[in-house]
Design a protein around this ligand. Structure first.
Ligand SMILES: [Zn+2]
Length: 293
């Protein structure tokens, strides 16, 4: 369900007109750094800083309610360097240990679920989003936000589980459409002929056999499923083939190299939250969009 269908209007009055955001590439997660924070309180705090009003776009309270602070379409004031191309989502609570104030060690389930839901729905609504980060992970940020006890990795993992694998990935027998057709073209290009049906956009037995033949050479389980691991192996194989054509087709090759480099970057981030499958999905999309496929 689009966020706008359940987000609540806090009726905040801004002292100036928020600027329209022209790009939406990411989501930044924050905590309010206060155990209790209503939309109005956050608005007041940010007005006192001399801002036009609340800086986050969305507030998720501990009861799971979701509130619009600065409009969803507007440039926020929540993470320097990322405001112009991201949506700021704040969780009520103080999720970092503190000597001077009470803090939260565990996020209530209602709030956790609402955070996941909001991020998931934003990903659907804004297909341009390719990253989700905690505030402290934004390059140049000098903050502990969203805090040591904020379940950052868990939220991101849950978003991935719900969104990416179910909606974007895994092509299998019986599937049909544009993506299947692209897959078939790539398979043929890699030397797995589809003599009877060709690239007909239908994942039938012939495509299944080609997929399994490819997966065998890539040392992947021959279960006929084109999952993330299979797509990454295909990208590698296409890249290897392209390298041989370097002189003949430098442009495609350099495109492939860029994508490969990006992929490696994503994969090397290890446990960092930025190792997000949504990024891999984006890279796969750009590979599929390259000329010649
Ligand atoms: Zn923050």
């Amino acid at each position: 369900m689009p966020v706008k269908d359940y987000i609540k209007d806090a009726g905040l009055k801004f002292t100036g007109r928020p600027k329209k955001r022209n790009a939406t590439n990411g989501i930044v997660l924050h905590h309010a750094a206060a155990q209790q924070a209503s939309p109005r309180q956050i608005h007041e705090w940010h007005l006192k800083r001399g801002w036009i009003g609340a800086g986050y776009n969305i507030l998720v309270r501990k009861d799971g309610s979701v509130w619009e602070l600065r409009p969803l379409w507007a440039v926020g004031a929540h993470a320097q360097g990322a405001n112009s191309d991201s949506i700021g989502v704040c969780a009520e609570g103080m999720y970092h240990p503190s000597d001077s104030q009470a803090f939260d060690r565990v996020m209530p389930k209602a709030q956790f679920d609402a955070m996941v839901r909001v991020a998931r729905d934003l990903l659907r609504e804004y297909p341009s989003i390719i990253w989700i980060k905690g505030h402290k992970e934004v390059p140049g940020a000098a903050t502990v936000c969203p805090g040591k006890f904020f379940p950052l990795d868990e939220i991101i993992q849950a978003v991935k589980d719900y969104t990416v694998f179910k909606e974007v990935h895994s092509m299998k027998k019986g599937d049909r459409g544009n993506d299947v057709q692209k897959l078939q073209k790539v398979l043929m290009q890699l030397g797995y002929p589809l003599p009877k049906y060709g690239a007909d956009g239908i994942f039938g037995d012939e495509t299944l056999a080609a997929v399994n033949a490819f997966k065998k050479t890539a040392s992947l389980p021959q279960n006929g499923i084109v999952d993330t691991a299979t797509m990454l192996a295909i990208i590698d194989a296409v890249g290897a083939g392209k390298e041989q054509l370097e002189k003949e087709n430098a442009q495609i090759n350099s495109g492939m190299q860029t994508v490969k480099k990006e992929l490696v970057k994503v994969l090397e981030l290890g446990t960092n939250a930025e190792k997000s499958i949504t990024q891999i999905r984006e890279k796969i999309k750009s590979v599929m969009a390259l000329p010649g496929l």
